[in-house]
Design a protein. Sequence first.
Length: 210
Amino acid sequence: MPQIFATEFYALPLRVHDLLAGVPLHDVWFVDLPAYRDGVTLSEFLGRSSQGGINRLGPAARALMRLRFFLGRIFRLEAEPKDAMAAAFGNRLTPEDRARSLVVCGKPEGLFRVVYRFEDEQLLEIQNRTVHAALHNALVERADGYRFYFAVYVRPSSWITPLYMALIDPFRKWIVYPSMLKAVRATWEQNFGPIDSPVRRIVGHEKQCG
C-alpha cells in the first residue's frame, strides 16, 4: 500500500507540523509522479485538478462515498457541533499565515473548509458528529520526480470517533484512498505529461470537441 512512516512526513519543512501540534496524525499516503518539467507547485496542480470531484474516483470508491453521503443525510452525521468555530484549526493561523495563504481561511471545499493553501501545501478541515479531521496535501520536488503527500489528522470529537474510524478504516485504506491517489496520477499525466502522450491527446481532443 502507498503509505509511509510518519518520520518521513515529519522530516519535511511543512507548516502543518507546528500548526497541528497535538492533533494525532492518523496516517500518511503518497504517490510518486514523474518530472516532465521543473517547478510544478501544489497550487498549480490543484488549480488544474479542481474539476471532477467524486467522479474521478473508481466505481467502488464512488459507490462507498455516495453511500456515506446518503447515510450522512439520513442520520445527520454532517451536522457541525455547536462549538465548531471555537475549535476550528483556522484559529491557530498567524497573521503571516493568513497573508501567505492563496485561499481565504474558511472557504468551503466540498464537505471541507480550507484552513490554508500555500504554494506547496494545503490544509482542509471538517467537523461533524463523527470526527474533527484535517486533510493535508503537499507536493515535494525530488531528484527523480515529485512526491504527492496525503496526510490525515483525526482529533476525537466524541465517543463515536474511535468506533467510526475503526468502521471506515478498511474501506478507506483499501478502496477509497488508493483510488484517490490513482486519480492524482491520472490528473498529473493529463496536465503535465508529454504533449504527444495518448492521455493528453485525448484530453485535448475532448476540449476541442466541447
